[in-house]
Design a protein around this ligand. Structure first.
Ligand code: UDX
Length: 450
């Protein structure tokens, strides 16, 4: 099929390359000329496993092209994806002006019927707003005989596995009551539904709400576990044993019940704020979700609080090794990352951070620039030079295997604070380290430090 995609950000780009890879002809448009130039040369603008190959292959095969000309994209695609940003307003509500601007642009340029597929995460009611905007614009331009169909088709991509999530989706939500649009989307997604039908048809508003409900449910599981972990610490129970114990119940399952230093990233926090805003605005404040969000706000400071407890005379002049800057592994994204809350608090107290991340070093430099109290180290182990304590913020694989005796010889205060519960507490205690995870029992260090 001929498909166009407005917006070559994270969602738009991944959607575009995967559609091209199954044989559709895809034209992508973006107002950022530099980005388009880079993509035309097959240089990915985001770090995502598998993306680079798909980009190169499909450009070569001429199934994929990039342009800044909206007119080319509107002429090309009978299906037009809208994948532009919906940044949060100050009150947490999603700002729709990019989505509505693109709608007006498309309507202004179209000379045939078009189906608009909203891929951006948008508040419930947006599809209706897009439809109304399109209709008004069509009649203003004397093109009222043309038809714009609007489909809500939210994405469920996880950073770090976006390409494979898109290639092998768990479900494809198609929100529209228009029969023709339904059959167009069924044809588009048929190559992704070869083993079983993943298409779920519903109305626009339910599709829009499904996206928020999924993220809200996952965030609720995390905050629940984080609160329980904090209780486990007081009760001297082991949250990791509890996690396994409850996860084995198939009604609960093992996914998204890992306690940690708070959820971050570009989606959960933003989507939760937006859903809270929508609910409030419609006269039904969501009490449970508000608490989920409050618990997360507090949990983001848990690493710093634990450090503070160990240095009663303050952290000024201390040197803290930080492993992991990205909000989760396999990405360089530091949006709302726990590491940021920790580092910023440490800097306020006058401590120095010695940090390492396998991917997010340049992102960290971009965010914080050059400053004396931030040393970006070339390797994980370099962070430990003259460090008082180590804090783990992200569960990268390369942090899993450590010689704890060696680690104990490096850390002046012999303290390891682990926001991801990577290690067996007994092993660290045996090496003479004071180890604090999230919701783990305290074991007194057994050997003296060398
Ligand atoms: C999420 C959703 O999973 C995806 O479906 C949606 O489209 C976008 O938002 P993403 O932001 O890439 O994807 O990250 P995800 O892997 O879901 O993790 C979100 C956050 O939760 C991370 O900060 C992670 O560390 C945290 N998390 C996850 C936990 O603290 N515990 C868990 O058990 C799982």
């Amino acid at each position: 099929m001929d498909v166009s995609v407005f917006g070559t950000g994270y969602v738009g780009l991944v959607q575009a390359v995967t559609m091209a890879d199954v044989g559709h002809r895809v034209v992508c448009v973006d107002i950022d000329a530099n980005k388009i130039k880079q993509l035309q040369r097959a240089v990915p603008t985001i770090h995502e496993p598998g993306l680079s190959t798909l980009l190169e292959d499909n450009l070569k095969a001429a199934r994929l092209s990039f342009t800044t000309q909206a007119s080319d994209a509107v002429a090309h695609g009978s299906l037009i994806f809208i994948a532009v940003g919906t940044p949060p307003d100050e009150d947490g509500s999603a700002d729709l002006h990019h989505v509505l601007d693109v709608t007006r642009t498309i309507v202004g340029l179209m000379n045939e019927d078009r189906t608009l597929v909203i891929k951006s995460t948008v508040p419930v009611g947006t599809a209706r707003q897009v439809e109304q905007t399109a209709r008004e614009e069509l009649s203003r331009l004397g093109k009222a005989h043309l038809c714009v169909r609007v489909v809500s088709n939210p994405e469920f991509l996880k950073e770090g596995s976006a390409v494979s999530d898109c290639m092998r989706p768990d479900r494809i939500i198609v929100g529209t009551e228009d029969e023709l649009a339904r059959s167009q989307l069924a044809e588009l997604y048929a190559p992704f539904c070869r083993n079983h039908d993943k298409l779920m048809l519903m109305d626009n508003r339910s599709a829009e709400l499904t996206k928020y409900a999924a993220n809200a449910m996952l965030a609720t599981r995390i905050s629940f576990m984080n609160e329980l972990a904090n209780l486990a610490e007081i009760l001297e129970a082991d949250i990791e044993a509890v996690r396994k114990g409850i996860g084995s119940d198939p009604r609960i399952g093992y996914h998204f019940i890992y306690p940690g230093c708070g959820f971050g990233g570009s989606c959960f926090p933003k989507d939760i704020r937006a859903l809270l805003h929508t609910a409030e605005h419609n006269g039904l404040p969501l009490r449970l979700l508000q608490t989920v969000s409050d618990i997360n706000d507090a949990q983001r400071h848990v690493l710093f609080r634990k450090l503070q407890q160990h240095f009663p005379d303050g952290l000024a002049g201390k040197s803290i090794a930080v492993w992991g800057l990205a909000f989760k592994p396999n990405t360089d994204d530091m949006r709302e990352a726990p590491s940021r809350y920790l580092m910023e608090a440490l800097w306020r107290e006058g401590a120095t951070v010695r940090a390492y991340d396998p991917e997010a070093m340049s992102e960290c430099r971009r965010l914080y620039g050059y400053r004396e109290d931030l040393v970006l180290c070339p390797t994980r182990d370099d962070t430990l030079l003259d460090a008082d304590a180590l804090v783990i913020c992200t569960e990268w694989k390369t942090f899993r295997v450590v010689d704890f005796d060696w680690l104990a010889s490096k850390l002046r205060a012999g303290l390891v604070i682990d926001g991801r519960n990577l290690y067996n507490p007994q092993q660290l205690a045996n090496a003479g380290l004071l180890y604090q995870g999230i919701g783990l029992p305290q074991i007194a260090p057994q050997a003296s430090q060398s």
